[in-house]
Ligand binder design. Sequence first.
Ligand SMILES: Nc1ncnc2c1ncn2[C@@H]1O[C@H](COP(=O)(O)OP(=O)(O)OP(=O)(O)O)[C@@H](O)[C@H]1O
Length: 570
Amino acid sequence: MSQRHDNFAPPCPPLPLLSGQGECAINASSPPAVELHGITKRFPGVVANKDIDITVRKGTVHALIGENGAGKSTLMKILYGMQKPDEGTIAIDGEQVAFSSPADAIARGIGMVHQHFMLADNLTVLENVVLGGEKLYGIGARARRKIMEISDAYGLGVRPDALVEDLGVADRQRVEILKVLYRGARILILDEPTAVLVPQEVDALFDNLRELKSEGLTVIFISHKLGEVLKVADDITVIRRGTTVGTADPKTATTKQLAELMVGTELPSPETRESTVTDVPMLKVEGLTLSEAGAAAAAPLTTAAPPDPSGAVGLLEAGTGRKLLDDISFTIHKGEILGIAGVEGNGQTELIEALMGLSTLDAGVITLDGQDITKVSVRKRREGGVGYIPEDRHRHGLLLEAPLWENRILGHVTEEPNSKRGILDPKAARQDTERIVREYDVRTPGIDVTAASLSGGNQQKLIVGREMSHAPKFLIAAHPTRGVDVGAQAQIWDAIRDARREGLAVLLISADLDELIGLSDTLRVMYRGRLVADADPATITPEELGSAMTGAATGHLEGTEEQSEDGDAR
Ligand SMILES: Nc1ncnc2c1ncn2[C@@H]1O[C@H](COP(=O)(O)OP(=O)(O)OP(=O)(O)O)[C@@H](O)[C@H]1O
């Protein structure tokens, strides 16, 4: 610990602080909440952060943007004590600090909400919030009171006795925020907080963030969604190739300018102006029905394990549980993208697992290119032309501790170029991994590093490259551009559109409604395991689709988006 600034104002006390007044009120002479100076962090073969300087004003929302692999997460991990910088200093409220662990950072009022929520499903909100924070006995009334105080102060609307498994994504996120506030955080780091939210939920989150800053708290958030950044941020820092390239004023900047600053390219659009839909069915799904018991048979996709061929589990217990998929039917033709809109947790995961052959259906038939594949194993489905970009890349898309070239063959071991006449050909697989790295601009020092050492967006690019390399007939694309920067987004959209032109049929699931509306030829809304509504992507707006996703509308949705004279939606 070293010197304080002369004009140092004491940091705000830990919660409860309900008034927002008194000694912690913000004034112009307050030292910055965070000052990062000359931060450098090296990994083998990579300089993740290079002499980074950032000043975060107290009581503001500060956005951190930059291309995939630019160094944003590394920098935040350093601020949160998860990683040590090789060089540079950190000052919190004007006081220099050195963190050896997140516990040190938490003690200094820093909290982090990770992209993957870390809540225990089978516990209540109260239990989750205090878990790890204090001993579990004798805390009931006091903890409940404190949770309510925090929830009310920031408009979080959290109920302490709710079971986490009953909560939707947006509520879980609010619990995560409350959890860090409960531990006394005055500086919150949010890693891509809007990636999983629908537009209405994003607006509610932004209201929460405004509430936090009006109470003098500081928020730093990482995002790839430039429109949202402009909406909520007071300051924007752009990082490129490990170093700060500038700051932008959200009052005057445009998304186009931000994109150019970040990756040096224009903002891409998911919209397609041409239709390639044919009348040849590629995937036909009729009456898919799945109870909880059948879903329990699901195994991780990376193991490529087939479900119990007897189907005994599903048959014996069919009908005893809640229906996770309820009479789902649709057809996707060659050259068509069918988009499924839905708040996470409404059956999308189960639908994907059913299509991949991981669950034991109660009823239903799946036909791929004229062949009944309902009882066919995962491996045979993959060999038969099913490509898969999973929703959770860590659980289903990658072996994190394995090198990139081994991840390239994952799920495609028996296919060319990975194998020749049934025998693995590591040389060819390695060469092809090099090609994917080049073509999809996967930023890595080589193909022998582990998948875990890639940044999130670069992991995604590797998966997309792998799946597209096998020229699938039918592609399940779950959040294909989640966590990737605007440059990579354009590349992934192009790859999908090009393949569609060649006849690829795609099932697209995405929380990014612009992507969903822009790419899809046909749109359906999934709610509580059923397909409840359909919409025309040419006329529906993200807001209309978002409200249909909450169960507010069924049947055919009449969109209000105006059509231009040539028939394109504006
Ligand atoms: N533990 C690690 N070991 C080796 N290299 C790493 C490690 N963590 C990060 N890197 C490398 O450091 C660089 C910066 O990664 P970082 O995750 O900070 O990027 P990012 O800006 O958060 O990217 P994204 O938007 O894709 O999440 C990347 O080249 C990444 O491969």
